[in-house]
Ligand binder design. Sequence first.
Ligand code: 13P
Length: 342
Amino acid sequence: MAAHELHETAKELVAEGKGILAADESTGTIKKRFDSIGLESTEENRRTYRELLFTTEGVEEFISGVILYDETIRQSASDGTPFPQLLASKGIIPGIKVDTGAKPLPLAEGETITEGLDGLRERLAEYRELGARFAKWRATYSIDEHKPSEYCVWTNAHALARYAALCQEAGLVPIVEPEVLMDGDHDIKASARVTGRVQNAVYVELHDQRVDLYGTLLKPNMVLSGYGASNRAGIDEVAEASLDVYYRHVPAAVPGIVFLSGGQSDEDATAHLNAMNARGPHPWELSFSYGRALQAPTLKAWGGKPENVEAAQRAFYHRAKMNSAARTGMYAPEMEREAVPV
Ligand code: 13P
């Protein structure tokens, strides 16, 4: 695989004003999302919902790539066009989640190791045939007095790098996602310390396993106060603490940092991204790869009802547009009310 193609794909994913839609919820996770609107999680309902997202007119102005799930990459729109081809025809790059989930890390209570390496080389070859040009693997870390352990930090970093090397061999850009979870009552300093520790280990392993950083993207958590903390840090503090961690730990060869939203409200996720970009320029593009923060208003407007498809698409378009504005630091909360989405 030409390194050139990987570099170009990584750059296209963080093209000016654009970011990624994470629509790769596993069957278990999408069921939870559908439960919130009282909709049964059948294969056809999942297909219908993803079609609603992917056929939103004009959203390609703001969305460079979509992360799909194994079931979704094999599904088609109502007119029979396979989803990867539908996306590619709009200039949106199809991607695929390839880990098989975070499982209990043995002998480490409450910690996880992400699985999915066995047979990954063959799965990646198949996904590339199906049209994927990039992939995602998520590791998770919890914060408390004893967590994350060094054991958890290094086993996950090793697995992330094994995945990334296999992706590059297969011609797919790996999105490397070490997510420090924000559950707990820790302060923003603890969040910064752990996020830095985790990223440091990830870049040691990526280096040792010969991964070409120019052909990768990092998908990290933002540095926030724990969701249960009193006196949670505000937007400026989050932006500054987050940037400080990435400046210390993310090499400038990485073309882009594409954030997960991790349970933030959709408007908070936009405001935080905006505040970081307003402090630019930075060595890397700062963009989004949101799941919930792009989809929550969409799901709510849809409610599983055919007559609400247009309203849901307007809500999705609006959220994507707001995050596109945050790519350049030009977002302002007043813009939320300019175009009433529903
Ligand atoms: P959230 O933005 O909902 O955290 O999802 C992003 C993602 O892909 C997590 O792996």
